[in-house]
Design a protein around this ligand. Structure first.
Ligand code: FPP
Length: 248
């Protein structure tokens, strides 16, 4: 039994879903079977986050670097994404889940782009859980794109360089209007950020597990959240400062 403090839930969880290929290898299956099983684990994670009251879940579904995988694998991942979106539309509407995306969505095939637009429109007013899919996403690309927009806005006098702050910079990122992740989970025993939410994770708590993504169950997610709840987030302060009541 994993006991969570429902008053101290992370508001935003980000997940690097890693290990589909190794899962398939261990089961003497092709890589695509691993991704299929991984899509099932996505369903479980989304359901769990909705049930316990997480507000934002960002999933690294396809990185900008993933395009250079063998074309059969890229196609299979796109097929799985499309299938996932089609099969979950009704559930998202019914369960008060809002779909959002980050990344260069323009690079995706038209059928997926249209589906995403349709679901985002249909779920725009939902507010229990925001399911944010990182698609053709790269953190450095995101930062460079933000800088380009800022330069454009400087040229048209919408902003001056002196007016730019950390907060206004954040509003140029794909994640504008979203809180930064409180908790990052990476599965499969890899300890890297892999170009994921580089700016946004400045103060995020990291949780790594050896479990391969297709095996990542509800209990594993709850365990990661319980671990997060034991952490002391100091944001540069000392522990004493954090616990002192300055109003006394
Ligand atoms: C990493 O495993 C996973 C991916 C590259 C893609 C994640 C995709 C899914 C979980 C399935 C489809 C997604 C949705 C949203 C329905 P890997 O292939 O890098 O594994 P390996 O490191 O063991 O080879």
């Amino acid at each position: 039994m994993i006991n969570l403090d429902l008053e101290k839930l992370p508001r935003h969880i980000a997940i690097i879903m890693d290990g589909n290929g190794r899962w398939a290898q261990r089961h003497t299956l092709g890589r695509i079977s691993g991704h299929k099983k991984g899509a099932e684990a996505v369903r479980v994670a989304v359901r769990t986050c909705r049930e316990i009251g997480i507000q934002y879940l960002t999933l690294y579904a396809f990185s900008v670097e993933n395009w250079i995988r063998p074309p059969e694998e890229v196609n299979a991942l796109m097929d799985l994404l499309e299938e996932y979106l089609r099969s979950e539309t009704t559930e998202m509407i019914k369960n008060n889940i809002r779909l959002a995306t980050i990344g260069n969505v323009d690079a995706l095939r038209d059928s997926i782009k249209n589906l995403l637009l349709d679901i985002m429109e249909k779920t725009a007013k939902n507010n229990r859980l925001i399911l944010n899919l990182a698609l053709s996403y790269g953190g450095r690309d995101e930062i460079v794109e933000a800088v380009r927009k800022i330069i454009g806005d400087c040229r048209t006098n919408k902003i001056t360089p002196a007016e730019l702050t950390k907060d206004s910079f954040s509003s140029y990122l794909y994640t504008a209007h979203m809180p930064d992740p409180d908790l990052l989970i990476r599965t499969s025993g890899e300890y890297r950020l892999s170009n994921f939410l580089l700016w946004q994770m400045a103060y995020t708590e990291f949780y790594f597990t050896d479990i391969l993504w297709p095996d990542f169950k509800k209990e594993d997610l709850l365990k990661a959240i319980a671990d997060y709840q034991q952490r002391e987030r100091r944001y540069g302060l000392t522990s004493d400062q954090l616990h002192r009541d300055y109003n006394k």
